[in-house]
Design a protein around this ligand. Structure first.
Ligand code: ATP
Length: 246
């Protein structure tokens, strides 16, 4: 198993957060972690890579507990959470040279490989400040890819992109999964987008994982699209909450 998350719970002082979230991601999955703004996606992802501690629960990446054995667990993982960080006054190449310093075992040629993979090979000596948002997002992905990870954890990778940028990012993810045998865990509130590329999804709503399963199981005659499914789940969830309040 590539990711195992069990009983993840974290409450912020304002009583918002996540409750008892658990899921499993297998090798080769493109796993869509879907939910509206504020549902708890970023909180879960931060716990997954130890940027934040859970009150309860466990995450194992490639069988290693992230809290107990951080370095070993992260060795095969690339991460892009929140806005990609890059120095605008430096070129993409220069930016990746700085990232490469963390990986003394990697050769410089890996920078070119990573930039080629994301389609920035022809722009690698241009200053990042002149890049479009889509190009910056691709540079963030190149940076996450640099260490040749087997698992990529991406938080809202198509956020803020125009249609062409979204299509490019989608195609890139599918190509990397197919050609480089990478596993993906991708959060998004864009359900349509994710429906096009994911084979497995988890749906989070109000801090709870309300459904998890193979795309082929969730999309059915009753719910012809994932969005349809999600809207029905959200209605049910709201009805239950209203009932509890009565
Ligand atoms: N540091 C914090 N302190 C207090 N509340 C927080 C904090 N971080 C997140 N929250 C709250 O916890 C809930 C989950 O937030 P989270 O950022 O995980 O959601 P999300 O699904 O990633 O949303 P978005 O798509 O808007 O980023 C939200 O109600 C949010 O307001």
């Amino acid at each position: 198993m590539v990711i195992e998350a069990e009983g993840l719970t974290k409450m912020y002082p304002n009583q918002r957060g996540i409750r008892d979230v658990g899921f499993q991601v297998r090798r080769g999955d493109i796993y869509g972690f879907l939910g509206p703004n504020g549902a708890g996606k970023t909180t879960v992802m931060k716990i997954m890579v130890n940027l934040c501690r859970a009150d309860r629960g466990k995450v194992r990446l490639f069988g290693c507990d992230i809290a107990a054995d951080y370095e070993k667990a992260m060795r095969r993982v690339g991460v892009l959470i929140e806005r990609p960080e890059a120095y605008n006054d430096f070129s993409a190449y220069r930016n990746l040279e700085m990232v490469l310093r963390y990986y003394p075992e990697l050769r410089k040629s890996r920078i070119d490989e990573a930039l080629e993979l994301v389609g920035l090979g022809g722009f690698k000596h241009e200053k990042v400040g002149r890049y479009s948002l889509g190009m910056k997002q691709r540079l963030g992905l190149a940076s996450a890819l640099l260490s040749k990870p087997e698992l990529l954890i991406l938080d809202e990778p198509t956020n803020g992109l125009d249609i062409e940028g979204m299509v490019d990012m989608r195609e890139l993810i599918v190509r990397l999964a197919r050609e480089e045998q990478m596993t993906f865990f991708i959060s998004s509130h864009l359900i349509h987008e994710m429906e096009l590329i994911c084979n497995r999804v988890g749906m989070i709503y109000n801090g709870k994982l309300v459904r998890e399963g193979l795309m082929s199981e969730l999309v059915s005659e009753q719910h012809p699209t994932l969005e349809h499914y999600f809207v029905a789940l959200a209605r049910e969830e709201r009805r239950e909450r209203a009932h509890v309040r009565l």
